[in-house]
Design a protein around this ligand. Structure first.
Ligand code: HEC
Ligand code: HEC
Length: 476
């Protein structure tokens, strides 16, 4: 299993031994490092040192290559909120969270996402539980409406975007039923995963309530990245637009002659923070597993790759790049799901195009950049204008905070664009500037500014006040 940031150790291996298979594992070949979450290493043989970046504390460990010991550890400024810093280790630190120190939630939920595999995680000795979840009004629960402890193979879900999306697991069996204080359903449902530290990762006992709270606060803020298929100005092309209409108006299922309105179950409401489900259940009518939580759609484009299997086709077609596809068991191919509606191929292509371009919590423009210097002033302008425009969008949802960082007159400069399209500088003595006034600052060959669309709400910190202490960077 892979374990990003898992062990807080650097392993020293002889590549020749790995090649000729004479390698014997030995813990004395491990170099312990502090800080936690090693994420990258640079070898500086000339000085007999190696440098390791440690993600948990945003730090740097220096390793003495002669003694093979950590000789120093530095921490870099870290603007992350305290609950993110505190909560991360429970996701990744295999030594803290597993029995043998070699597994973590991130073993399957790589970087908070998934491993594109299916696991059969049923408990033979477990008991059946009643299902308290709400069903959508158009679908009666199939009986018996209970969670069997042997659930069969199910694809690993993402840990991203849990907030506001209801009970967890494909069956919704992490129900969030028992809420205390002002907890949301999702917070309570996530806390039910504490038992997985013991049942999946072999830890002697669950982590403490305080630690689980910390992990929950962290997990509730994981979001999906921008959908790379969706246009940067957040518009739909003609095919996607027709797909959106099918999605909202519905399609006639050939077998039953009945209209199926996708949007009635797979609710899309970006303003309400809902992307494909309201968290309700429905009976999907398939044998094996009947009552399933209606899944969200922010990840559909990532599931393509298993071709030809499922529903009406029983054999693969051509080369495969994934072993698991759609639905809870991953058994439905990339031709997907609505193949059984016997749709016209154009209609099928349109609805697929829309689902693949489904929006996420982060607008498509988030993370986009352009660097402007004297040479690129003209060529960069179209792209820059797009960033400036998206940075002012507030309807139906806010899209991004535009910042600029770079060098002007030989000194570091930072800017943040406010809601009126005016740029605030990183020194209190400077006045507001328009985009044209900002570009006019680029007066020599060494001047340059990189404009970045950052997540909404992060711009001030990232652009002009990196430690968020209210004193602008240029004034410190
Ligand atoms: C062995 C692989 C594996 C490990 C380790 C693992 N998970 Fe999962 N996770 C899965 C699978 C498979 C599913 C879907 C299972 C289901 O629906 O019943 C899942 C589903 C989830 C979901 C539901 C997401 C949603 O959208 O409903 C959450 C949350 C989650 N896991 C959190 C955790 C946490 C927290 C840990 C560590 C304590 C963990 N997982 C460890 C495989 C794993
Ligand atoms: C009655 C509610 C309901 C309606 C209406 C509905 N779905 Fe679904 N959909 C579900 C449920 C429940 C699942 C999960 C099934 C499973 O995992 O076995 C699902 C799964 C899916 C998936 C796979 C999701 C994944 O992550 O693997 C896709 C794609 C999908 N539906 C598309 C559609 C389209 C397109 C329509 C309209 C033609 C539609 N659905 C109408 C309830 C519904």
């Amino acid at each position: 299993m892979s374990r990003p940031f898992g062990s807080s150790k650097i392993g020293v291996f002889q590549t020749a031994q790995l090649r000729n298979d004479s390698f014997t594992p030995d813990h004395t070949d491990h170099i312990e490092i502090s800080g936690g979450g090693p994420a990258g290493i640079v070898l500086d043989e000339a000085h007999g040192q190696a440098y390791v970046y440690t993600r948990f504390d945003n730090g740097l460990s220096v390793i003495d290559l002669n003694t093979q010991l950590e000789s120093n550890h530095f921490t870099l400024p870290n603007p992350e909120p305290i609950h993110i810093r505190e909560g991360r280790k429970f996701q990744f630190d295999a030594r803290l969270t597993s029995g043998n120190g070699n597994d973590s939630c991130a073993s399957c939920h790589l970087f908070g996402d998934n491993d594109a595999l299916a696991w059969d995680l049923g408990l033979p000795e477990g008991s059946e539980k009643a299902n308290p979840n709400a069903f959508i009004s158009i679908s009666e629960p199939a009986h018996p409406n209970r969670f069997h402890s042997m659930k069969g193979p199910m694809t690993t879900q993402s840990m991203r975007g849990l907030t506001g999306h209801g009970p967890m697991h494909w069956r919704g069996d992490r129900t969030g039923e028992n809420r205390v204080g002002g907890e949301t359903l999702e917070e309570a449902a996530f806390k039910e995963f504490n038992e997985a530290f013991v049942t999946l990762m072999g830890r002697a006992e669950e982590i403490s309530d305080l630690d689980m709270q910390s992990f929950t606060d962290y997990a509730m803020e994981l979001t999906y990245p921008p959908n790379p298929i969706r246009a940067l100005d957040n518009s739909l092309n003609a095919v996607e637009t027709r797909g959106e209409t099918h999605f909202e108006v519905g399609l006639i299922r050939a077998q039953t002659g009945q209209r199926e309105i996708c949007a009635s179950c797979h609710t899309l409401n970006p303003r309400g923070g809902v992307f494909g489900t309201n968290g309700l259940m429905s009976d999907n009518g398939q044998t094996g597993e009947r009552n399933v939580k209606i899944p969200h759609f922010r990840d559909q484009y990532q599931k393509v790759g298993m071709f030809g299997w499922g529903f009406e086709r029983d054999h693969q077609t051509g080369p495969q790049i994934r072993g698991f596809g759609y639905n809870h068991n991953g058994a439905t191919s990339g031709n997907f799901v609505i193949a059984d509606l016997r749709l016209d191929p154009d209609v099928l292509a349109e609805i697929r195009a829309f689902i693949f371009a489904f929006p996420t919590e982060q607008a498509p423009i988030v993370g986009q950049q352009v660097t402007v210097d004297q040479a690129s002033l003209n060529t960069a302008r179209t792209r820059l204008d797009l960033l400036v425009a998206r940075g002012q969008v507030e309807q139906p949802v806010q899209e991004c905070d535009l910042i600029a960082k770079g060098v002007i007159n030989g000194r570091h400069a930072g800017f943040f664009m406010n809601r009126d399209g005016q740029f605030e500088a990183d020194r209190s003595t400077e006045s507001l500037r328009s985009i044209d006034e900002i570009l006019a600052l680029i007066g020599s060959v060494t001047d340059r500014l990189t404009f970045t669309c950052t997540p909404w709400g992060s711009g001030k910190r990232m652009g002009v006040d990196r430690d968020n202490d209210g004193v602008l960077d240029g004034d410190e």
